[in-house]
Design a protein around this ligand. Structure first.
Ligand code: G3P
Length: 217
């Protein structure tokens, strides 16, 4: 399973990128606001830092304008994936940009039928928001499982990009279901390495090592 980082914070991306775990980046208008940066500038910097797909979201709501915004975002770098909302205008934009050879990430997906439409429009990625579903007592992971089944039934190549990931359990469950990608905030990705028995075991090894009086270097 691939890991994308869900942030426009360039320092956080750079830090995680050094671990070799970053397969791509996702941003959205809220994350651009949080970064305090200009969308075109920060997106260009992210694209230079990370080899994989970098999602940048359009903000127009009508297809004609959305397509123009998508084309402008796609000019930033070869690894841009234009992010469009799951509306009819977004689906039309998806079809147009995909036909032009641009990667498209269809976002704000909350149902299996929406995911089916995105795949039929040729989306490179579908982004179901699991955390926001859990927030209103719907089962986000059940949706991921349903989309996996539907895409496999028809051999759709659209990749399932699990978004709105809030916990390490979302990551584990996504991997078990066979989702293609998880995009998560840096703090969730960092937590994946944590285990109290690792900390305890390391402390014991270091205490015993100190007693040997030896040094490796
Ligand atoms: O990629 C979409 C994601 O940023 C949404 O996450 O936590 O705002 O629901 P959240």
């Amino acid at each position: 399973m691939k890991f994308f980082v869900d942030t426009a914070d360039i320092e956080a991306i750079a830090e995680l990128n050094e671990t070799g775990m970053v397969d791509g980046v996702t941003t959205n208008p809220s994350l651009i606001l949080k970064s305090g940066r200009d969308i075109l500038e920060v997106t260009k910097e992210i694209c230079a830092l990370v080899k994989g797909p970098v999602s940048a979201e359009v903000v127009a709501t009508e297809a004609e304008e959305m397509i123009k915004e998508g084309r402008k975002l796609a000019e930033i770098a070869e690894n841009i994936a234009v992010k469009v909302p799951l509306t009819w205008a977004g689906l039309k934009t998806c079809k147009t940009l995909t036909d032009e050879g641009t990667m498209v990430n269809v976002t704000l997906c909350f149902s299996a039928n929406q995911a089916l439409l995105a795949a039929k429009a040729g989306a490179t990625f579908i982004s179901p928001f699991v955390g926001r579903m859990d927030d209103i007592n719907l089962d986000g992971m059940e949706l991921i499982s349903d989309i996996r089944t539907i895409y496999d039934n028809y051999a759709f190549e659209t990749e399932i990009l699990v978004a709105s990931v809030r916990s390490v359990n979302h990551v584990t469950e996504s991997a078990l279901i066979g989702a293609d990608i998880c995009t998560a905030p840096p703090k969730v990705l960092k937590k994946l390495a944590d285990h109290p028995l690792t900390d305890k075991g390391l402390a014991a090894f270091l205490a015993d090592w100190a007693k040997t009086g030896q040094q490796i270097l």
